[in-house]
Design a protein around this ligand. Structure first.
Ligand code: BES
Ligand code: ZN
Length: 627
């Protein structure tokens, strides 16, 4: 039994901006969301109803959204976030059923990062606000794919990516993670396509042969922030993996995906054992086309995932553990603003490794922690100190700029430091109590710190003295007292890498016979930065990296190939960049290209080919690099 009662009681006094309790009276600098025009302390959405038509021929969504609101300030207008939306009409009503009557609205000036505020006048007594609108074909949160860009090549595809502030490009909404609402939706699509959302679907999973209607309804009874609202429409098929878990994908992809993700139910059970029951109902995974700009996105009930995790050997499924862990850290307990993003990603990265440890053993978790820290240290080398801070100041910047490895790996290392100082049992009790205490709330770094101080830190002052909490949260770099993850499985790898660094060492091949993906990744990043094309050729002859079917290994190899000017990777590089839109891969490859003498021209030529297939977020990233 977890002893959470005393800690939970201690935490009752803490302030947070949840949906359950009364909204905060005032907004101060620590809780204000600088990335939203909404004024939730005056008028706040508690429930949304969407009714949208998916128009593939024009690449727009058209319809309306109804906001059910509460108003601490009875005369306040409802201020919503928008980006590139065409608003045709606003209406209000005193109940869900109406009648809805027209009201005045005003779309403000467009800010390049934030979009434009939509201010709707709300007469006293009105509790429902309906906005009729249409999206732009360039909506930053949507990608419209031609049939040729899908696996099946026969039908079009649409998907959304709302985090961080892209929900506003397809729904006029209070697009702040501190505002939580339940939602319902009705989505109409061409008749031969299926729609899925981050919500309970009224579509009968049990009967995949049921003819499609092109008219789908959804509801999510749990209150979530707007960045977790998600939609995908395409030629989708479903496979059960357990009674509550399954996978959606295009028909030609679904079998491979089902095999790759077979361990998911065990992951859910491992997470539940650590953090409390999975309270969302189903946990499904949607495998997207390869242009999906992220590895994964933790949309509630329906993780969105890149197909590049399907390696054939489950070696990259920590991504699923990660998105699943967000069901607690992120979706249950949410960062109140984007400067608190490390609360989402740091806890999740820590929890991800605990799930991996439970299913695949401590060695694999240790390897992933070592690789994670190595990537962080590499990335931090060229990073301004201000960006190395967990509680980062993002005022005036795009919150997507804050999505570096710092909130992920430095955040996870901070939790690991707490674990080492207080012991695993106490840390586990703390996390369990944390998720329980703040469930369905959006919390700030300050609220987290108060909870930490009043519970874990207060319970053992000697242990607390070992963890420089202030430094971890507010200072750049990594504290010198931070733990260093190590992995025995990397010892031999480092030896072989060193041998190759000194001379060609094809005789080491026998030692690599049983290496797993993580060992290969460690091997590649253990080779010298200034490796020559000749050395790469020798490695390729011995190990065949250019033919690797593992996206992570291939990515590292291609990056090295650019730096070394190793020509045999050139066709693979172009093929990879034209097919895959995952920013984690695309960004470093273009960055490496523009650093080499003839690279910039080549980068421009590849981008010209790749751009039509890229998501707007990926395309914008590359344009930035090529500027
Ligand atoms: N929530 C993030 C994705 C995200 C972050 C989207 C910020 C938009 C803005 C997701 O959980 C994530 O972290 N994905 C990682 C994979 C993970 C295994 C580290 C990714 O996409 O690379
Ligand atoms: Zn994440």
């Amino acid at each position: 039994m977890k002893s959470l009662c005393c800690w939970a009681a201690a935490a009752v006094v803490l302030v947070s901006t949840g949906c359950g309790g009364p909204p905060p009276k005032m907004q101060n600098e620590a809780t204000r969301d600088v990335h939203s025009y909404a004024q939730p302390h005056r008028a706040r959405t508690t429930h949304l109803e969407l009714d949208l038509e998916v128009l593939f021929d024009r690449k727009v969504l058209r319809g309306w959204v109804t906001h059910q609101i509460t108003r601490p300030d009875a005369s306040a207008p409802l201020v919503l976030d928008t980006r590139d939306l065409t608003v045709s009409k606003a209406e209000t009503a005193e109940s869900r059923e109406g009648p809805f009557t027209a009201t005045k609205f005003q779309l403000g000036a467009k800010d390049p990062v934030l979009g434009a505020p939509l201010t709707v006048e709300v007469p006293s007594g009105a509790t429902h606000v309906r906005v009729h609108y249409e999206t732009s074909p360039q909506a930053s949160g949507l990608q419209w794919l031609e049939p040729s860009q899908t696996a099946g090549k026969a039908k079009p595809y649409l998907y959304s990516q709302s985090q961080a502030i892209h929900a506003r490009s397809w729904i006029p909404v209070q697009d702040s993670p501190g505002v939580r609402a339940t939602y319902r939706a009705r989505i109409r699509t061409p008749k031969d396509l299926l729609a899925v959302m981050s919500a309970r679907s009224d579509f009968r999973l049990a009967n995949p042969k049921e003819p499609l209607s092109g008219d789908y309804t959804f509801r999510l009874p749990q209150a979530i922030p707007a960045y977790l609202i998600a939609l995908a429409v395409g030629d989708l098929e479903f496979r059960y993996l357990s009674t509550r878990n399954g996978v959606w994908a295009e028909p030609s992809v679904v079998e491979g995906a089902a095999r790759e993700f077979e361990d998911t139910e065990r992951m859910i059970q491992a997470a539940e054992k650590l953090y409390g029951p999975y309270t969302w109902g189903r946990y499904d995974i949607l495998v997207l086309p390869p242009s999906f700009p992220y590895g994964g996105m933790e949309n509630p009930l329906l993780t969105f995932a890149t197909p590049t995790v399907i390696a054939g050997d489950r070696s990259l499924v920590s991504l699923i553990a990660h998105e699943l862990a967000h069901s607690w850290s992120g979706n249950l307990v949410t960062n109140a603003t984007w400067r608190d993003f490390w609360l989402n990603e740091g806890f999740t990265t820590y929890c991800e490794r605990r799930i991996i440890e439970a299913i695949y053993g401590p060695e694999r978790a240790a390897m992933e922690a070592v690789l994670g820290l190595q990537s962080l240290e590499k990335e931090m080398k060229d990073m301004p100190p201000a960006d190395q801070i967990l509680h980062i100041d993002l005022n005036g910047r795009d919150p997507d700029d804050g999505a570096t490895l710092v909130p992920y790996e430095k955040g996870a290392l901070f939790i690991t430091h707490l674990e080492k100082a207080f012991g695993r049992e106490k840390l586990d009790n703390f996390l369990y109590a944390y998720f329980h205490q703040f469930a369905f709330q959006s919390i700030t770094t300050r609220a987290f710190r108060r909870f930490l101080e009043q519970t874990l830190l207060a319970s053992d002052p000697a242990a607390a003295a070992k963890v420089p909490v202030e430094e971890w949260i507010t200072k750049p770099g990594i504290p010198s007292s931070a733990p260093r993850p190590v992995s025995d499985a990397f010892v031999v790898v480092e030896q072989v890498a060193t041998a190759w660094a000194k001379a060609d060492a094809p005789q080491t091949k026998a030692k690599t016979k049983d290496w797993n993906t993580h060992q290969w990744l460690r091997f590649l990043n253990g080779l010298p930065e200034d490796i020559t094309a000749g050395k790469m050729a020798a490695l390729d002859r011995t190990f065949g990296f250019t033919k690797s079917g593992n996206s992570e290994i291939l990515f590292e190899w291609l990056r090295m190939g650019i730096q070394a000017g190793y020509q045999p990777t050139a066709p693979k590089l172009e093929e990879f960049l034209v097919k895959v839109g995952r920013r984690k891969f695309v960004r470093p490859l273009f960055e490496a290209l523009v650093k080499t003498p003839e690279g910039k021209q080549r980068a421009q030529a590849i981008f010209a080919k790749a751009k039509p297939g890229y998501h707007p977020i990926t395309a914008a990233t590359v344009e930035q690099i090529l500027k």
